[in-house]
Design a protein around this ligand. Structure first.
Ligand code: CP3
Length: 342
């Protein structure tokens, strides 16, 4: 079925602007925090019934037009034989960072993504329960963003180890990125087979690169991922701090380009050659009040221009966000965008 969300992503006629929110399931919701009191984050990801419950609950509470699979972009690194943990307050930790060409050469050349079976199970459970008019978005991290976690051993501000490997040893870089690209393509294909009707490729940290470096060190691998997916599946390509990369990101083969909150949608529109846009309300607006939310939503809708726009935030919801304001945001998008189509 062609959901409203899919039609918007394909730049087809719509009766209102669809909306979903990055990190729509998470710590800002009391029910999620309750589950997290009993299970670690990785347990939630690895038990398909729990991952499905978290996904469906957030979708239901918010009444958004798409559900996004509850999982993480870093699960795939376990298939490389790396040890992944989420330390309280510190975010993800990969214990043996892959910093040198020797470390890269010790990684398996081909990753077996069958190990991520629990993800495919969650996808099919979610699809069974989801109303047919609601889309299910699968996702993965793009090779660069996942590589950056492998090389840094966790989150980073400046990506110095990653860039050193990238600049100094292209052979090792190519091997790491090619391995990740192949595995990521296979991982997304299996999510699609399990019932995702769309996928988002998160290149959250690609914005730390110049356009020239993006084209040389990143674009070929993200292109490989997106182009090896079925043509009829909607593909969204998102990164943060990517104003100057949007044209290249669009050229990788996505139908929709995700826009961060620092980049005007009108500028983005000029970069993406007729593709749809997704974004880009600043998540900080959700820490304010109803009036501010309403004004900012109207501004994003105005700049989005109606057709070819999927309403979203410019990055994920933060944990301090009040749920009521998020519900109000979704209601406002639904009302205001249908009014603008009358
Ligand atoms: O609702 C959804 O958006 C779906 C689930 C989802 C999660 N992570 C759950 C999660 C998605 C799509 C992601 C993607 C993800 N994970 C990205 C790309 C998006 C972005 O934010 O740029 C990145 C960079 C990661 C890596 C990651 N996972 C980090 C840096 C962290 C720690 C920071 C944080 O917010 O805690 C995580 C943990 C994580 N992933 C949580 C959730 C709900 C919090 C875990 C907890 O309950 O403690």
């Amino acid at each position: 079925m062609e959901t409203l969300f899919l039609r918007a992503c394909r730049n087809q006629p719509i009766e209102r602007v669809p909306v979903w929110l990055m990190r729509q399931a998470g710590r800002y919701m009391a029910e999620y925090r309750e589950l997290r009191a009993r299970h670690s984050f990785l347990e939630l990801c690895k038990q398909p019934d729990l991952a499905a419950e978290v996904t469906l609950h957030a979708r239901q509470v918010l009444q958004v037009d798409a559900a996004i699979l509850f999982a993480d972009i870093l699960l795939i690194v376990e298939c490389l034989g790396l040890k992944l943990t989420f330390a309280k307050g510190d975010g993800p930790v990969i214990s043996e960072a892959v910093r040198t060409p020797e470390a890269v050469s010790r990684l398996p050349r081909q990753i077996e993504v069958g190990e991520l079976d629990y993800v495919y199970k969650a996808v099919s459970l979610i699809r069974q329960e989801l109303p047919p008019e609601i889309s299910l978005i699968g996702f993965a991290g793009a090779p660069f963003t996942v590589a950056s976690y492998c090389v840094e051993g966790g989150s980073s501000r400046e990506f110095l180890h990653t860039k050193r490997l990238m600049y100094c040893d292209f052979q090792a870089w190519d091997r790491l990125m090619s391995t990740l690209a192949e595995a990521t393509a296979e991982y997304l294909k299996r999510q699609i087979e399990a019932g995702a009707d769309s996928v988002q490729l998160f290149d959250s940290w690609a914005g730390c690169l110049s356009p020239a470096d993006y084209r040389k060190y990143v674009k070929p691998y993200s292109t490989k991922v997106l182009q090896s997916l079925p043509a009829d599946i909607v593909k969204i390509h998102f990164g943060r701090g990517t104003a100057l990369l949007l044209q290249d990101m669009a050229e990788c083969g996505a139908d929709v380009v995700g826009v961060d909150f620092m980049t005007p949608l009108a500028w983005a529109r000029q970069q993406v050659g007729g593709k749809a846009l997704q974004g880009n309300l600043d998540p900080a607006v959700l820490l304010t009040d109803r009036e501010t939310v309403r004004n900012e939503v109207e501004e994003v809708l105005r700049q989005g221009g109606g057709q070819g726009h999927v309403f979203n935030l410019g990055h994920g919801i933060v944990p301090q966000t009040p749920v009521d304001l998020v519900k109000y945001l979704v209601e406002t998008v639904r009302e205001q965008s249908s009014v603008s189509f009358l």
